[in-house]
Design a protein around this ligand. Structure first.
Ligand code: TYM
Length: 333
C-alpha cells in the first residue's frame, strides 16, 4: 500500500522557536517514519516582507540546519527549497484563477497584515493562501502538519481544491487536512503571557532552538506572572496557565503535579516554578542547539541534501503539472 503524502514548510524569517517545533517540526520528524513526507523551506512566502538578500540567504540555511538538527532525515523524507520547484509558480498562476479577491480579503492573516503594515499591502500578501495551497497540492498531500494559526489556510486550500475538482469534473486533488499527533492543533504561548509565541513579538518572548542555556534561563525567569493564587483551587489566570503549558512540553508529569498541588494549596513560589521550567527547558533545547552549531559548518553536505531533495520534489511536481495541464486543456499537440 502506498504511504500517505504529507507536506509542510516553514518560512525563513529567522531562527525557529518552540512554537515552530511543537506546532510543526516535531510532527514532521514522526511522520517521516510512516508517511511520504515533503518538507520544505517556504522562501517565496518570506518575500512579502522584502528581506535583504543576505538575510534571506542565511535564514534559508538556518531552517535547513534546524530541520536536520531536529531529526529530519533526508533518507526518510524529501527536504527542499520551495524556490527550487519551477512548477510552484506555474500552479500558483493557474490557481489564482480559482481564488476570489473577496475571500482572500476576508482571510484573518491578511486583515492582520493590513493593520500591521499598511505601507506594504502587496498582491503577494493577498494571494499568500493560494501559494500555500499550491505548496500542498503540488504533491497531492492529504495531511499537513501545522500549528493552529494555519487552520484557516488549510480550509481555504480545501475550498480551492473542491472548486477545481468540481469545475473540471475530476477527483484529481485530495482535500488535505491540517494535522497534529495530539488531539488538536496546538498554539504554543508567548513568554509575555499574551497570545502565541511568534518571531514578530520580539526575541525576549520566544525560546529559540538555538538559544544558549543562559538566554533560556533569563527569558523564562522574566516571564510574566501575577501576585499568586488568592484562594485554594482557583482557576489559573492565562499568564500562569501559559507557564504550566510550557512545562507540559518539557517537564516530567510528577514535576507538573508537584507545582499544580502547590498552586492549589496557595503555597506556590513562582520563582521556583520558573527555575524548574528553565532547567527542564535547557535540558530539552540544548542538544538541538548543539546539533545546530555542528551542522552549520557543513555547507557541502547541506547543499547536497537540498540538491537531491529538489530533484525528488521536482519529479513529483512535474507529474502534477503534466496532469493539470491536461485536465484544464493546456496541452501541446
Ligand atoms: P510559519 O513559518 O509562520 O511557521 C511554521 C510552522 O510553525 C507553526 N507555528 C506554531 N505552532 C504552534 N504555536 C506557535 N506559537 C507557532 N508559531 C508557528 C506554524 O503553524 C507552522 O506550521 N504559511 C506557513 C508556511 C507555509 C506552509 C506551506 C505550511 C507555506 N506553505 C504549506 C504548510 C504547508 C507559515 O507562515 O508558517
Amino acid at each position: 500500500m502506498s504511504k500517505e503524502i504529507v507536506v509542510s514548510g516553514v518560512r525563513p524569517t529567522g531562527r525557529q522557536h518552540l512554537g515552530n517545533y511543537f506546532g510543526a517540526v516535531v510532527n514532521f520528524v514522526k511522520m517521516q517514519e510512516i508517511c511520504d513526507g515533503y518538507f520544505f523551506v517556504a522562501d517565496y512566502h518570506s518575500l512579502t516582507t522584502h528581506p535583504k538578500a543576505a538575510d534571506l540567504k542565511s535564514n534559508i540555511k538556518q531552517i535547513v540546519v534546524e530541520y536536520l538538527a531536529c531529526g529530519l532525515d533526508p533518507n526518510k523524507c524529501t527536504l527542499y527549497l520551495q524556490s527550487d520547484l519551477p512548477q510552484i509558480p506555474e500552479l500558483y498562476l493557474i490557481f489564482n484563477m480559482f481564488s476570489y479577491v473577496g475571500e482572500l480579503e476576508r482571510e484573518a492573516t491578511f486583515k492582520e497584515k493590513v493593520r500591521e503594515q499598511p505601507d506594504n499591502v502587496n498582491a503577494g500578501l493577498l494571494t499568500y493562501p493560494v501559494l500555500m495551497a499550491v505548496d500542498i497540492i503540488i504533491h497531492k498531500a492529504v495531511k499537513v502538519p501545522v500549528g493552529k494559526d494555519q487552520q484557516q489556510h488549510l480550509e481555504m486550500t480545501r475550498d480551492f481544491v473542491r472548486r477545481f475538482n468540481n469545475l473540471y469534473g475530476v477527483e484529481y486533488f485530495p482535500e488535505p487536512q491540517a494535522f497534529n499527533f495530539g488531539d488538536t492543533l496546538v498554539s504554543i504561548p508567548s513568554l509575555d503571557g499574551e497570545g502565541k509565541m511568534s518571531k514578530s513579538k520580539g526575541e525576549q518572548t520566544c525560546i529559540y532552538l538555538s538559544d544558549e542555556p543562559e538566554a533560556i534561563r533569563k527569558k523564562i525567569m522574566r516571564a510574566v506572572t501575577d501576585a499568586g493564587p488568592q484562594a485554594p483551587n482557583s482557576v489559573k489566570p492565562l499568564v500562569i496557565q501559559n507557564i504550566f503549558d510550557l512545562m507540559k512540553l518539557v517537564s516530567a508529569p510528577e514535576t507538573i503535579q508537584f507545582f499544580d498541588e502547590k498552586y492549589n494549596d496557595c503555597t506556590i513560589r513562582y520563582g521556583d516554578l520558573k527555575k524548574q521550567l528553565a532547567e527542564d527547558m535547557v535540558k530539552f533545547v540544548s542538544p538541538i542547539g548543539e546539533k545546530i552549531k555542528e551542522l552549520n559548518t557543513n555547507d557541502k553536505m547541506l547543499s547536497e541534501i537540498i540538491g537531491d531533495g529538489g530533484t525528488k520534489a521536482r519529479a513529483s511536481a512535474a507529474q502534477t503539472i503534466k496532469d493539470v495541464r491536461e485536465i484544464i486543456g493546456i496541452k501541446s499537440f
